[in-house]
Structures are given as C-alpha cells and as structure tokens.
Design a protein around this ligand. Structure first.
Ligand SMILES: CC(C)(COP(=O)(O)OP(=O)(O)OC[C@H]1O[C@@H](n2cnc3c(N)ncnc32)[C@H](O)[C@@H]1OP(=O)(O)O)[C@@H](O)C(=O)NCCC(=O)NCCS
Length: 394
C-alpha cells in the first residue's frame, strides 16, 4: 500500500468548489440569503412562486412577470398519463421518494424541449418540473392509499393546490400561508449534498431532468432531506414528555444522533428553524393540540443540555427539526415529508443547474472531476501481476 501523508478534507467541509450568485449561507451569524435577499424578508413579503422566479432569474419579478410566471406554472401542473400508469403498477409499499425520483425521467420523455439547451429551454424545463412534482407526490400518496388522484385546481396557489391534491379538500388560508412559508424556506441552500449532486451531473452536459433525478436521490438520505421523516419517527417513539430526558441522554451516550439537530454549516441556530418554530407554535395554538410543539421544544432543550455535557459544545436545531411537527400537524404522512422538501428544493436545484450549464457565476463551464488518493493494493508503479483463476487461493 502506498503511504499517504497529505491530510484530506473528507466530506469537503468548507472547501469552495465553485462561485454562485444564487444564495449565501452565513453559518456563523445564522443568515440565509437568496439572490441578495434575506429569507426573513422573503417569508414576510413573498410567495413560493415569487421566490422561484427570483432564484431562476436573479431578480424579483415585476407584477407582470410574476403574473406570467404563475400562469405558466398553473398551465404545466398536469402530468402525462404515463406517470399515473407507472404509479399504478408500483407496490403500495414503494417509498414516495423512490417514486418521485423514478417519475422524473418519465417527465423527461414527455418534454418537447428535452434536448433544447438554450437558457430559455432550460427555464421552461425548470417551470415544468416545479409545476409537476407536487402533482406526482400528491398522486402517489393517494394511489398507494387506494384513493383516486385529485387533478390540480387552477384557481389555487402552488402551496394551496398541493395541499388540495393531497387531501382532496380545500385547505384553510392560514395553513396554506404556513405551508407556503415552508416551501420558501426549503427552496434553496447553496452547495448542500443534493444541489452539489445536481450541479455535478449538469457539468457533464446531461439534461436538466437527469440532474434533478440525481439530486432527488441525494436528498432522500437521512443526513440530508430524509432527516425530517426521521425526526417525526423519533418524536413518536419518545411519545411522552416525561420520557424525553432519558431517551435523549441514552441516545447521545450511546453515540447515536438526534435527528434534526446540528448542521454542517450553521454554528448557531439555523434561521429557518427559528421561523419554523414560530409556525409550529401558531399551528399548535390553532389546532388546540400543543403536544407536538411541546415535545419538539423539550427534545431540543434536552439535546442541547446533554450535548453540552458530553461534548462541551453547543448544538442547534436545523430546518428538519420543527418542520417535522409542522407537517405532522398539517396531516401530511411522515414518509411524504422528504418529498415535500423536494417539491420546494426543485427551484433551487433548477437555478443551480442553469447556473452551472451557462457558467453564470464563473468564467466557463467545467466538468467536475475531483481526485482521490489510491490506498488499495499496490505492487509498484507497473501494478500487480495478474493471477489466472486456477492459480488463485483465498
Ligand atoms: C448535519 C450533520 C451531518 C452535520 O454533521 P457535522 O458536519 O459532522 O457536524 P459537526 O462537525 O458540528 O459535528 C460535531 C460533533 O457533533 C456530533 N453531532 C452532530 N450532530 C449531531 C446530532 N444531531 N446528534 C448527535 N451528535 C451530533 C458529530 O457526530 C460530531 O461528533 P464527534 O466530534 O464526536 O465526531 C449532523 O449534525 C447530523 O447528522 N445531524 C442529524 C441529521 C440531520 O438532522 N440532518 C439534516 C441536516 S440539515
């Protein structure tokens, strides 16, 4: 084996691999900026549709631009029949993230501009995906529960229409606004694992759908978007307030993780968690059932206390911590939490894929091709002798 002396940054923490104009995460101060605008302002003044426009176009839309963008999204909500046929063939145990990932290439086959590589053609593909992914997530949740999928309602906003397609009934305006804020908060987060996967695939000149399918796979993992479902499973397992302290200490003492806590970039509270905590309180007050908010808050406090004792460091909730109870209180199935993340992050992924393809923040497009130190079998620079099968022993 070759001796390697260089210290590597496994996991690429803090390694800058590109320039981007799309978002900035200030991990020390807990600030998240989309195209120059603070998310705290966007959640007050904007909608998911407006934020998607902003991410894709590098400026807030005029009233006319927003109207056109919204109506394009509405007109692209229907999915091809092939998507429903595919879902009806699948066992109802299939995970919603697998269904979503597998449906993306079906949408690609239906796109009249699939190989159109102008910026405008890519923008159209982005709009189609932003419009259609919610339909797929909602339809699969119904099909697997032996319910008829609900066709999109053109009168409803992006957030309202998703909740309507999922439940089959018109959602109340407060829940729609809360859900819209959740979509805004999940839309973009710089070079996280799924966005990096999307950009890496786009750098090979693969089409936008291929990059989105890869990103969807990356998002499904429990250290990334999959954490939100795991958080809710953890809350249900803990179940009662009086069990929180002992459950959390035992978990941490055994070297286990508290899902939804900690972040690779934020060393203070994730600003999205701060906003989601507020939504969680409001939802709890509105529904009159404060159990999940109280449990979430208690797990947060117990984790912080025990973590400090064990590691001498602070730990904070990330976006997935409070979003879990929020989605649960909205009546969304636990394994649909991560697909809900995806129907929002699609806007950020698409913005990054376009930025990557058209080198909008760097001098020219470049294929990602990192390197690794080879630490496997080594017999010298000319490689090891090949042993024929009959001469091999274990
Ligand atoms: C997101 C995450 C992978 C970041 O990990 P990271 O970059 O290694 O974070 P740090 O460098 O700050 O970790 C420092 C230490 O805290 C521990 N730690 C971090 N998050 C933890 C958690 N949620 N529970 C228990 N321990 C945790 C790490 O294991 C590490 O321990 P070590 O020093 O003994 O090796 C990690 O916090 C995590 O796994 N969180 C739970 C999953 C989750 O919520 N993911 C969604 C992220 S948005």
């Amino acid at each position: 084996m070759k001796e390697i002396t260089e210290t590597k940054n496994i996991g690429l923490r803090g390694v800058k691999v590109a320039d981007t104009r799309i978002s900035d995460v200030d991990g020390e101060r807990g600030i998240l900026i989309y195209r120059g605008l603070n998310i705290c302002d966007l959640v007050v003044h904007s909608t998911f549709e407006e934020v998607s426009f902003l991410l894709l176009n590098d400026h807030l839309p005029t009233a006319e631009e927003l109207k056109r963008f919204q109506s394009e999204l509405v007109s692209e909500r229907e999915v091809p029949e092939a998507v429903y046929r595919f879902m009806k063939m699948m066992p109802n145990t299939s995970h919603p993230m697998d269904i979503l990932q597998a449906a993306v290439p079906i949408l690609a086959s239906d796109d009249p501009q699939l190989y159109g590589e102008s910026r405008n053609a890519n923008l159209k593909k982005a709009i189609r995906l932003i419009a259609k992914l919610p339909n797929i997530v909602a339809a699969w949740d119904r099909i697997r529960k032996r319910k008829k999928p609900v066709r999109p309602n053109p009168e409803l906003t992006h957030a309202g229409n998703f909740l309507y397609m999922l439940s089959g009934s018109l959602p109340d305006p407060e829940t729609v606004r809360d859900f819209d804020i959740c979509l805004i908060l999940h839309a973009e987060h710089s070079f996280n694992a799924s966005t990096f996967a999307a950009r890496e695939v786009a750098s090979t000149h693969a089409h936008l759908y291929a990059a989105v399918a890869a990103a969807t796979g990356a998002l499904s993992g429990e250290l990334h978007g999959g954490a939100n479902s795991e958080v809710m499973k953890m809350f249900l397992e803990i179940g009662e307030m009086h069990r929180v302290k002992s459950w959390v200490s035992e978990r941490l003492q055994k070297g286990g993780k508290i899902m939804g806590m900690g972040h690779a970039v934020y060393h203070t509270e994730d600003p999205r968690a701060t906003i989601l905590r507020e939504i969680c309180i409001q939802l709890a007050n509105r529904t009159g059932d404060r159990k999940w908010f109280e449990l979430t808050k208690t797990v947060e406090a117990a984790t912080q206390e025990e973590f400090k004792k064990l590691k001498g460091k602070e730990i904070f909730p990330n976006i997935d911590f409070y979003s879990a109870s929020v989605y649960y209180m909205m009546g969304i199935s636990i394994d649909v939490f991560t697909p809900v993340f995806a129907i929002s992050r699609i806007s950020g992924w698409a913005a990054h894929i376009i930025e990557e393809k058209f080198a909008e923040a760097q001098p020219k497009p470049e294929l990602y091709r990192p390197d690794a130190d080879y630490v496997g079998a080594y017999c010298g620079p000319q490689a090891c002798p090949y042993i024929p099968i009959e001469e091999r022993s274990k």
